[in-house]
Design a protein. Sequence first.
Length: 271
Amino acid sequence: MADILPVFDVINATDHVINDSCGMHIHAGFTDGLSHIEAKKIITVVALVEGCFIRQILPADRLESLFIDPISTESNLSTEAHRAALFEAAQSASQTLLPVTDKMRAHLPRSVLEMRKRGWNKTTGHLQLKNLIKTIWHTNNMYELARGILIKGGNMRGGAAICLRLPHNLKRVSLRNPLRDDLPVKTPSSIEFRYPPMKADKDHFKLWIELAKTIMNFGKMTDTVYSQRLDRLVGVLNGCSAIGQTWTLVLIELGLGERVEAWKAHKRGDH
């Protein structure tokens, strides 16, 4: 954070025009590279809290942006999840198109794999969200995951994206064509958080960078700790009767409870 913030002093001293159409894109990665399993962990957290938390803390005018479509309902993977949800509903959950793998059991708690309908997930749909997370874990590599969370019907990125890069060429890999290169376990790729509006305000930057860093930390957790943290998060969400109550409790569960008032000001558009 100390290395990043001086950059924004330069931005503030530069002539520029910022309006409601501008977004701030945060690229976050790891110094040792990003693996497929780490990316799956992170995107799972994003998908889980996208509707009940991330979009709840955005100012109203930012929600109208065409460039932050939710991956939970508008991505390529969400189409597969929707088919699986319809099939599961028709079969009364006795069968599924997306079986639970050993890898899923090692990382995902029962509260996710057997998600129930609650106030916090009724907008997206609990079957849709559960099966979306399963589609994330069914991807075979980073390329499939990166393509999967593009917005369906095209190559546009939504509120979250993966910028896939290869070690021998740091230029972003095009997701329009099949990947011809073998992917190493770790790549210099990044998760792109596209949700926040752009404002030339250091406090605004700090809030979003801190949140992105907190979400990225899930990628480095051990399997057991990751599963426990997801279980706690879902437990907090299940205790909410309405979606409007969830975002402050999620902040607290993420260890950012002291930022609640600052996020309330952000949500109002005060900074």
